[in-house]
Design a protein around this ligand. Structure first.
Ligand code: URA
Length: 236
């Protein structure tokens, strides 16, 4: 693996200790500064040391998980929700045995496609921060035929929720009833509301890309896998 500076999977030593449950930031930094932490059997007193993929870490004699962060891509199936606080639909966490993880943003119960699941709060914060305008691409099937006018309307910013003007979005027509929409924000039911504002209706919705990361076409609905390092770079 070639590790670039600032990539999300490169974490400072004290963060790795925190994720292993060794205490808060202050406690973990103190452990390091006081010489309790060994990287590859050598004392490391640099709290900001960038932990590498092959590093073996000990705190005194206790072995530490040097890769406590996980990044998962799921092809979300229909009928599942992204939280586990709803009794009407099962949760995607029924499909995946990682109770320490959360979804990066939510998809509606009837939306399928690319869902990121992680235990790295800093990644989700960065990807969800509205100011970052992270782009998401959706494949849309509509009830009524698409009219070319909608391209301009989406580009100018559709009004939803009575008075909210969406940011400019790109719509590419595939055929009469199918298109790809790119949005750079994530309001509740945004795509469905955008089409309703244009007197049309979404029949099916699938997210196919999040930032620069595309859905693995070999993942069937309900399947998931860890992201590769190359894929992690695409969302860093
Ligand atoms: N827009 C929607 O309307 N639903 C989703 O699940 C995602 C985007």
């Amino acid at each position: 693996m070639t590790a670039g500076v600032g990539l999300i999977y490169i974490k400072p030593l004290y963060v790795i200790l925190m994720k292993n449950g060794l205490g808060n930031q202050k406690v973990c930094k103190t452990l390091i500064k006081h010489g309790h932490v060994y990287v590859n059997n050598i004392i490391c007193m640099n709290t900001m040391y960038a932990v590498q993929i092959n590093d073996i870490i000990h705190v005194d004699n206790q072995s530490i998980n040097s890769h406590p962060f996980v990044y998962i891509m799921m092809n979300k199936p229909k009928g599942y929700i992204c939280s586990n606080q709803n009794e009407k639909y099962p949760s995607v966490f029924n499909l995946i045995d990682r109770k320490d993880c959360h979804c990066v943003g939510r998809l509606d119960h009837d939306t399928t496609g690319l869902l990121l699941i992680t235990n790295d709060q800093s990644l989700s914060k960065r990807l969800l921060l509205p100011q970052n305008h992270i782009e998401k691409y959706y494949e849309v099937k509509t009830l009524k035929p698409l009219n070319e006018n909608i391209i301009q309307i989406f580009y100018q910013g559709v009004i939803i929720d009575n008075d909210y003007q969406c940011l400019s979005s790109d719509l590419t027509i595939i055929d009469d009833y199918h298109c790809i929409v790119k949005i750079c924000e994530g309001k509740y039911h945004q795509i469905k509301k955008m089409f309703l504002s244009c007197q049309n209706k979404v029949i099916s919705l699938k997210r196919i890309q999040f930032h620069h990361l595309t859905l693995d076409p070999y993942l069937d609905e309900g399947e998931y896998r860890l992201l590769s390092y190359k894929e992690l770079e695409l969302i860093s």
